[in-house]
Write a protein that binds this ligand. Sequence first.
Ligand code: NAG
Ligand code: NAG
Ligand code: NAG
Ligand code: NAG
Ligand code: NAG
Ligand code: NAG
Ligand code: NAG
Ligand code: NAG
Length: 290
Amino acid sequence: MHTILCFLSVSCILTVSANKTTFEKNGITFEKDEHGDYSLSTHEIPVLQSGSISDVEDMKTLYLLDEDFTDMEPGTFQNLPNLKKLIITLNSIPNIKTGIFNSLSNLTFLNLKANNISHIDSNAFDNMTSLENINLSKNKLTSVDNHWFESTPSIKLIHIGNNQLKKIPANVFGNLKSPGPFTLVFNGNKIRKVFKDAFQGLGTICMLSLESNKLKKVNFLEGLEVNVLSVKGNNITCIDKEHFDTMFVANSTDISENPLGSDCRREIQAWVKEHNKTVEYELSLFSLTF
Ligand SMILES: *[C@@H]1O[C@H](CO)[C@@H](O)[C@H](O)[C@H]1NC(C)=O
Ligand SMILES: *[C@@H]1O[C@H](CO)[C@@H](O)[C@H](O)[C@H]1NC(C)=O
Ligand SMILES: *[C@@H]1O[C@H](CO)[C@@H](O)[C@H](O)[C@H]1NC(C)=O
Ligand SMILES: *[C@@H]1O[C@H](CO)[C@@H](O)[C@H](O)[C@H]1NC(C)=O
Ligand SMILES: *[C@@H]1O[C@H](CO)[C@@H](O)[C@H](O)[C@H]1NC(C)=O
Ligand SMILES: *[C@@H]1O[C@H](CO)[C@@H](O)[C@H](O)[C@H]1NC(C)=O
Ligand SMILES: *[C@@H]1O[C@H](CO)[C@@H](O)[C@H](O)[C@H]1NC(C)=O
Ligand SMILES: *[C@@H]1O[C@H](CO)[C@@H](O)[C@H](O)[C@H]1NC(C)=O
């Protein structure tokens, strides 16, 4: 028997510690605590230059929150052997270049949420062999590059919610070497089309969220093993009965808040009774019409 370990959400809480001390390196002052949590006390650094955060043995977590960086140069982070979590959010870094993160082979968690990112180089995450969890939400990405996660063999959770993606092309994660299982979040984009073979090769998906997009059909799940799928809040009108078994592949599917029509919802209800699946298909919580 094999057990699937899914981690659906990881929250990062900035803990307040009584024992903060300051620490200076390369002209930058940090505040650190006894757990190895570091944050900056030198503010108003517009560009993080090569080597500016390097050679800190006991740094485990680094927070770069709301610092108004406009760029990070390749080589910014070097020789941080114990750094596991890096949280860079609420800055303005339109372009993520190759060479910034590539020496962080022990990093497991990278949060790049809300940095106005519109481009990420194909090799930007190369050699991040321990990276499990990446959060790119609330940026301005318009496409997913199929090379990004080519050499992150531990990746399990990819969050690209609230960007400007318009489609998920075929084989977008075809180069992944990670065994998964995967959690993939694409909520709040402008996705109209997910190609049939978009997630081919991914094996097991714990959770796939395409909530709040503009999808009209769900025909991209064949051959996959999915635990939870959400296509809530899309533009799915009706689905052919013959296609229910390729559509409701997940153990649990949320297709609520779509313009399904009452006949369609009745058919889904009947199908769900016959099959051992959970499907949420109401228009909203208060529109029970059966
Ligand atoms: C990523 O960021 C989104 C948006 O703030 C948040 O809802 C989500 O929990 C984060 N996920 C992870 C795994 O950090
Ligand atoms: C602060 O440091 C002192 C001495 O190292 C220790 O006894 C105390 O428990 C620490 N306080 C916290 C909140 O970790
Ligand atoms: C990763 O961690 C190991 C063991 O703690 C250490 O020997 C190695 O230098 C670290 N690698 C990098 C690239 O920092
Ligand atoms: C975000 O990036 C765009 C370029 O992609 C730029 O024009 C804009 O000024 C940036 N916004 C902020 C708040 O930095
Ligand atoms: C990743 O590692 C390989 C082999 O060590 C090296 O050739 C390549 O330049 C590295 N990639 C990056 C982007 O640092
Ligand atoms: C779907 O549910 C079954 C029964 O609970 C479970 O054995 C299986 O692992 C689940 N599938 C996934 C992909 O989690
Ligand atoms: C939903 O699809 C219909 C056509 O089927 C289209 O007219 C409408 O604009 C779409 N709505 C949204 C919000 O994209
Ligand atoms: C239906 O699924 C539930 C949980 O997903 C499981 O406990 C139950 O044994 C299944 N029943 C059948 C008949 O497969």
